[in-house]
Design a protein around this ligand. Structure first.
Ligand code: IGP
Length: 261
């Protein structure tokens, strides 16, 4: 099993345990009772020439612990003040050291949309995301079949959220398009090998119609990376590690943005 499959399996177990404590029916009810409409994720990505989705992430399978100190609320506030279009918050606990409560607290504190970054493998997680105040969930093509992609995308929309559908290859972009993804992200990191290639987004950008916001994810470090992505029609970038390691996140965002947008 590659790492992506391992995480997906572990996530299924995690959700089974949660369901025993709080059933799917109860979770659905809790989601439906949260009538607060989160700000629109897709709209937020259309607000500027090149939008930033800034990630709150303590650790990752490829890098281990990235931020020993992890004042997640301060980090989220700093991202918002620096002009982030949206925040991505990890909730996966074992490889990324995420927590549901990080997302819950961040979403209640900031005015910009928050993406629940997790390995969605069950509709239960979509109800949870809604209940927690997320504006969007991640659907990874590599761990979902076509039926799930479609059904989870629909449920997400019914609950007033958006799905960021993540692809890594031509075939997966085709699948995302077929599933009527509202927002498509291309991961520059191969979650099977951890190899990073920003060229992956550039290659796959051409397959996605202009009306669908296109997000380039992972491994973005320099204003040079940003320029190349921008020139090739990227609408938004999703940046984690580079920002998490920067002592002054506002300055880092300014530097990355350079002369763009
Ligand atoms: O820290 P980076 O290299 O800037 O990457 C951020 C984000 O793209 C990455 O965390 C990510 C992309 N797809 C994922 C799926 C699950 C968990 C995490 C991810």
């Amino acid at each position: 099993m590659n790492i992506l499959e391992q995480i997906a399996e572990r996530t299924k177990e995690r959700i089974q345990k949660k369901k025993m404590i709080f059933s799917l029916a109860e979770q659905r009810k809790a989601a439906e009772e949260n009538s607060r409409l989160a700000p629109s994720f897709a709209e937020a990505l259309r607000q500027s020439e090149l939008s930033f989705i800034c990630e709150v992430k303590k650790a990752s399978p490829s890098k281990g612990v990235i931020a020993e100190e992890f004042p997640y609320l301060d980090i989220a506030a700093e991202y918002e003040q620096a002009g982030a279009a949206a925040i991505s918050c990890l909730t996966e606990p074992y490889w990324f050291q995420g927590r549901d409560r990080y997302l819950r607290e961040i979403a209640s504190q900031v005015g910009i949309p928050v993406l629940r970054k997790d390995f969605t493998v069950d509709e239960y997680m979509i109800y949870e995301a809604k209940e927690m105040g997320a504006a969007a969930v991640l659907l990874i093509c590599g761990i979902l079949d076509d039926g799930q992609l479609k059904a989870y995308g629909q449920l997400t929309q019914e609950l007033g959220m958006a799905a960021l559908v993540e692809a890594h290859s031509e075939r997966e972009v085709e699948r995302a398009l077929r599933a009527k993804a509202q927002v498509i992200g291309v991961n520059n990191r191969d979650l099977r090998t951890f190899q990073v290639d920003v060229g992956n987004s550039i290659r796959l950008r051409k397959m996605v119609p202009k009306e669908i916001p296109f997000v380039s994810e992972s491994g973005i470090r320099t204003s040079q990376d940003m320029r190349v992505l921008y020139e090739n029609g990227t609408d938004a970038v999703l940046i984690g590690e580079t920002l998490m390691r920067a002592p002054d996140k506002k300055a880092m965002l300014r530097e990355l943005r350079g002369k763009i947008g």
